[in-house]
Design a protein around this ligand. Structure first.
Ligand code: PMP
Length: 397
């Protein structure tokens, strides 16, 4: 028999793109993609990225390995972007470049699995990005859920969230989406974050932030970093996963960072040594091209200013499309309250549509998105928003 004769068939990766491709209707709409599209529905390479990339290529740099923790000019700038230039965390931060946000989460998961002094369990929101549970389980952690989303209000289940934070054993590890929660688009307000922080502190919990959308949510990199910076200011030595996939549009370049705020320099040195011991047998050292692009943008004032405007432009287009979808639904005479479409933030909106209604959207209207009712607002354009609203109106009323 073949060596692999007993390998069982795994479940398919749920792929909307396949069904979308197979559909022959010319006005079909793909709202499944987790990537930004411009108002023509096309993938978007940021002009600041094109400039930085041209400069990187023109510099004719060699292709030798980065160190285990990556390109230092990149990680230094990434830390400033996340924590703020005046953060007390910066000179006691263990940070490593990572294979985008996913790789950062994986390194963090592995670090917790090895060294977290409490139970090797991480609490993630219900629901969360589908890959969170898989990443943390494969890293050796047990995954538990905390209440997050209230399907009746299509908003935050704030009481449930606080109750679960309080019910977890003292000193547990909690994962928070720093901004633009995926898949719901529902974020705590700053005041709710303050209350969450107080609850987390009272219980002695550890906070791990996943920040995959800094700048992409509100259009302002500082506003989107509020939760992380607030926790650090209140004395939490957080873990942080950063991704430059969305806010720089560097998706396939796989560029991100993982960091741990340490108590002091001596602790940072020890933690840093162990992060290296985790990374080395995984992939030795990270790729350099995306790091050079991101580093040039973050470290060149003119490019940095240009990039900030481009991030805002992307966020603004998404916010505009939310408003347009809501307005179109109301114009059609929908009696439902669609205010969640505009109160939610980031790339995704939770429509509140049922799996059956989502199937109907696909079959009868060639509108494709996940069955949980999540739509990628990035897939909406001025051109298709009218037809999309009609389709949703026909399915839900
Ligand atoms: N966290 C969240 C919440 C995400 O939505 C994503 C991307 N969809 C990621 C992490 C990681 O993405 P990447 O590995 O491409 O940076």
């Amino acid at each position: 028999a073949s060596t692999w004769a007993n390998v069982p068939q795994g479940p398919p990766d749920v792929c909307i793109t396949e069904a979308f491709k197979a559909d022959k209707f010319p006005q079909k709409i793909n709202l499944g993609v987790g990537a930004y599209r411009d108002d023509q529905g096309k993938p978007y390479v940021l002009p600041s990225v094109l400039k930085a990339e041209s400069a990187v290529i023109a510099a004719l740099m060699n292709k030798e390995y980065a160190g285990i923790t990556g390109v230092p000019e990149f990680t230094k700038a990434a830390a400033i972007l996340a924590y703020g230039a005046d953060s007390s965390a910066l000179d006691r931060l263990a940070i490593t470049q990572s294979i985008s946000g996913t790789g950062a989460l994986r390194i963090g998961g592995a670090f917790l699995a090895r060294f977290f002094p409490g139970a090797k369990t991480i609490y993630i929101p219900q629901p969360s990005w589908a890959n969170h549970a898989a990443v943390f389980k494969d890293a050796g952690l047990t995954v538990e859920k905390y209440a997050y989303y209230n399907k009746d209000t299509i908003g935050l289940d704030f009481e449930g969230m606080l109750a679960d934070i309080n019910a977890a054993p003292n000193g547990s590890a909690f994962l928070f989406h720093a901004c633009a929660h995926n898949p719901t688009g529902v974020d705590p307000t700053p005041d709710q974050w303050r209350q969450i922080e107080a609850a987390v502190k009272a219980k002695g919990h550890f906070s791990f932030f996943d920040m995959a959308y800094q700048g992409f949510a509100s259009g302002d990199i500082h506003q989107d970093a509020f939760a992380v910076r607030h926790f650090v200011a209140q004395g939490h030595n957080v873990a942080l996963a950063q991704s430059f996939a969305k806010n720089m549009g560097l998706y396939g370049e796989r560029i991100g960072a993982f960091s741990l705020v340490c108590a002091d320099k001596a602790e940072q040195k020890r933690v840093d040594s162990q992060v290296k011991i985790i990374v080395r047998p995984l992939y030795s050292n990270p790729p350099i091209h995306g790091a050079r692009i991101a580093s040039l943008i973050l470290n060149t004032p003119a490019l940095y200013e240009e990039w900030l405007l481009e991030v805002k432009e992307m966020a603004d287009r998404i916010i505009t499309m939310r408003a347009a979808l809501k307005a179109n639904l109301e114009k059609l005479g929908s009696k439902h309250d669609w205010s969640h479409i505009t109160s939610q933030i980031g790339m995704f909106a939770y429509t509140g549509l049922t799996p059956e209604q989502m199937d109907q959207l696909a079959k009868e209207h060639s509108v494709y998105a996940t069955r949980d009712g999540r739509i990628s607002v990035a897939g909406i354009t001025s051109e298709n928003v009218g037809r999309l609203a009609e389709a949703i109106f026909k399915v839900k009323g």
